[in-house]
Design a protein. Structure first.
Length: 166
């Protein structure tokens, strides 16, 4: 059986890099273990490269540049690159989120993993943009890293994930 597909936002990756024992890192570990397929695009890789090289963030999180580079290389190597990402979804509330949603649509990902409130709100009832997205991708679930871990644990209770990775 093919593992489910997922798209992670940059914040999820930054959290995985900054806290190897946290839920975002546990989600990334599921990709590395072959239990999830992670989809990326040129745009999302460029955003991640920009974010993990920002001097303010590097200083705050005490991330050595070589660690950030190695992590970015791991993301490139472990992800499936989607080169054709047509614009199928517009999000007036936060247009900067459109590339992630369109990547999820183009890759037919099952999960979009994020902490972004604007993206998470697309899952709320009575959200017109969310309803438009659901019409295009009824199987897409937008959720936080801990919520993804709960779902994966429910579908595979033998995963062995520690409770502190929730």
């Amino acid at each position: 059986m093919t593992p489910p597909g997922a798209v992670f936002d940059a914040v999820t990756f930054v959290q995985a890099l900054a806290n190897p024992a946290g839920p975002a890192a546990a989600c990334w570990e599921r990709v590395r273990a072959g239990e999830l397929v992670h989809y990326t695009s040129g745009d999302t890789l460029a955003e991640l490269a920009d974010v993990v090289s920002r001097p303010k963030l590097v200083k705050k999180l005490r991330i050595a540049p070589e660690i950030a580079r190695t992590f970015l290389e791991s993301v490139r190597a472990q992800s499936t690159l989607v080169t054709d990402v047509p614009v199928r979804f517009r999000y007036d509330r936060d247009p900067k989120d459109e590339p992630l949603v369109n990547l999820a649509l183009a890759s037919e990902a099952r999960y979009l993993v994020t902490w972004d409130k604007d993206l998470l709100d697309l899952s709320q009832d009575e959200n017109a943009a969310g309803e438009a997205l659901k019409a295009q991708a009824p199987d897409l679930t937008i959720l936080t890293p801990p919520d993804l871990l709960r779902i994966l644990r429910t579908t595979d209770p033998s995963s062995g994930l520690s409770e502190n990775a929730q």
